[in-house]
Write a protein that binds this ligand. Structure first.
Ligand code: ATP
Ligand code: MG
Length: 241
């Protein structure tokens, strides 16, 4: 399980996470909600090992092992996956080559381009992405929804133990969202992955049926609950909390 205790994170000397506690159990689905600027993406980036976020206090552990001080690539190899709210465009980085490299590294194998092409085609089909995309540069000129699908494609190839999906449902059409959620559920069934969805939309809850909903405000988890909490957020907004 992932255990976060009293986490305090700073970015450029501004404290953003202010003593956050969160526990996620293996194989379960959770949802994190909270107002703009409350620190949700900061939590995701801290978990990714992004060196521009400084942990000043607290602990993060997975299966009793500390994840603090680990580099982003070490965390990725260990099975931590973050899908970004704003995935970066990387001109010049060919998608097929990039995906084959991360796949080979993660699974300690050496598929050649022809062997990998079959696997990749299967994932493109599952996500309903045109095959021509494999010759493009990573996210360059992609629409918002296409970028989100490319994040999920990476997740399917890496088969993480824990996936934090930061606003995977924003800018995505209803059909694409169904495809994405289906792909996440499949992965979870096969790999027993822990999933944390970060979202602004209570409607996502009906589709993903989370174990728990966490509410974040001003850098802390201030409440957790289930459908009752979602209803309260939908009807009253965040001011009450
Ligand atoms: N370099 C920085 N200097 C000062 N403040 C920063 C810096 N980087 C981030 N912040 C602030 O940290 C806060 C948390 O940002 P974060 O992106 O984590 O929020 P969020 O909960 O993901 O919001 P949203 O729902 O809008 O995505 C924001 O108020 C943001 O302006
Ligand atoms: Mg955010």
């Amino acid at each position: 399980m992932l255990k976060i205790q009293n986490l305090k994170t700073e970015k450029e000397n501004k404290q953003i996470l202010k003593g956050l506690d969160l526990t996620l159990e293996k194989g379960k689905t959770y949802v994190l909600m909270g107002p703009n600027g409350s620190g949700k993406s900061t939590l995701a980036k801290t978990l990714s090992g992004d060196p521009s976020y400084k942990v000043s206090e607290g602990s993060i552990s997975w299966e009793e092992e500390s994840l603090l001080e680990k580099k982003p690539e070490e965390l990725a190899l260990q099975g931590i996956f973050i899908s970004y709210q704003h995935p970066p465009e990387i001109p010049g980085l060919n998608i097929s080559q990039y995906l084959r490299q991360i796949y080979n590294k993660k699974h300690d194998t050496n598929l050649n381009p022809a062997e990998f092409a079959n696997l990749l085609e299967e994932k493109f089909t599952a996500l309903n992405l045109p095959k021509e995309f494999k010759n493009r540069y990573l996210n360059e000129g992609f629409s918002g929804g296409e970028k989100k699908k490319m994040e999920i494609l990476q997740m399917l190839l890496l088969k993480p133990k824990i996936a934090i999906l930061d606003e995977i449902d924003s800018g995505v059409d209803v059909d694409a969202l169904k495809v994405i959620i289906e792909a996440v559920k499949n992965l979870q069934n096969n790999e027993n992955t822990t999933i944390l969805y970060i979202t602004h939309y209570p409607s996502l809850l009906e589709q993903v049926e989370p174990e728990k909903i966490f509410l974040m405000k001003e850098g802390k988890i201030v409440k957790e609950g289930r459908e009752d909490l979602a209803r309260q957020i939908r009807e009253e907004g965040y001011a009450e909390f």
